[in-house]
Design a protein around this ligand. Structure first.
Ligand code: NAD
Length: 256
């Protein structure tokens, strides 16, 4: 078996209208996989169709919408082989001022939805004896930074979900892994640069250099395609022995 010998699979990817999710959809389509791209932003339809994927509009903070997305993939393609939990948002403010509604929205989208989606795809993966769950966590699943209580809590929780799915899936041909990137050049990071500049009273370039790249050995932002490449590996046949692991793409942040 070689790296190019991947069999066409059916993938459900969330959070696909921009950034890492868009790059994953493009990567999978280029590999010949059938892809259902799921996002609440209607702009995701054109992004998905341009890449050769189908699109399903769903607000994943709603549990019923998570189940509907999986039902749509099974209706269209007959099964789900690969689940990539990627949709995410950020909100930056100190715990003392953190809005409860924002906390709940972040936990619903970034921890509860990945659980519900994994639960909904599980029977299809088990029946086929093959499944790949790839959770896009963050360097903030390993370490914390001030001002991001909900995001960091959700991402740390995602590692727990990944490990549990790995243990339960081991005898069923289902693997589960997490990817932990540092700052990737996406709209989500553009928003954080502005928020952090406001929170710390800094210029945006100072936020990038003094906060975002402070702990990085390699002083640059990561490209979405670099993350998509690792997703592609973890979703492949070749990664069948790899499960329950957290894969850092963090420019050396956590090496110290
Ligand atoms: P992005 O803003 O480009 O993409 C996020 C996607 O999620 C968008 O398409 C958005 O429409 C979608 N989304 C948001 N709320 C949704 C909802 N309620 N229902 C359905 N879809 C929804 O951001 P990104 O940087 O590509 O982030 C993707 C993932 O990568 C997130 O989970 C993020 O936490 C993680 N991540 C990003 C970075 C980074 O530096 N950009 C670093 C580590 C981890």
């Amino acid at each position: 078996m070689t790296a190019n010998a991947s069999i066409p699979r059916v993938a459900l990817v969330t959070g696909t209208s921009s950034g890492i999710g868009e790059a994953v959809v493009r990567h999978f389509c280029a590999q010949g996989h059938q892809v259902l791209a799921v996002d609440f932003n209607p702009a995701g339809k054109a992004v998905a169709e341009q890449a050769g994927a189908a699109f399903f509009k769903a607000d994943l903070t709603d549990g019923e919408a998570c189940k509907a997305a999986v039902a749509e993939a099974i209706k269209r393609f007959g099964r789900v082989d690969i689940l990539v939990n990627n949709a995410g948002i950020q909100h930056v403010s100190p715990i003392e001022e953190f809005p409860e509604a924002k906390w709940r929205q972040i936990i619903d989208l970034m921890l509860t939805a990945p659980f519900l989606l994994a639960q909904a795809v599980w029977p299809s993966m088990r029946e086929n004896g093959w499944g790949r769950i790839v959770n896009i966590a963050s360097v903030h699943a390993q370490v914390a930074s001030p001002g991001k209580a909900a995001y960091i809590s959700a991402k740390h929780g995602m590692i727990g979900l990944t490990k549990t799915a790995a243990l339960e899936g081991g005898s069923q041909g289902i693997t589960a892994n997490a990817i932990c990137p540092a700052y990737v050049k996406t709209p989500l990071v553009d928003g954080q640069i502005a928020d952090q500049a406001k929170m710390h009273g800094m210029e945006e370039q100072e936020v990038i250099e003094q906060i975002m790249l402070k702990n990085a050995a390699i002083k640059r932002l990561i490209e979405p395609a670099e993350v998509a490449e690792l997703v592609g590996y973890l979703a492949s046949d070749l990664a069948g022995a790899v499960t329950g692991a957290s894969w850092n793409i963090d420019l050396g942040w956590t090496a110290q």
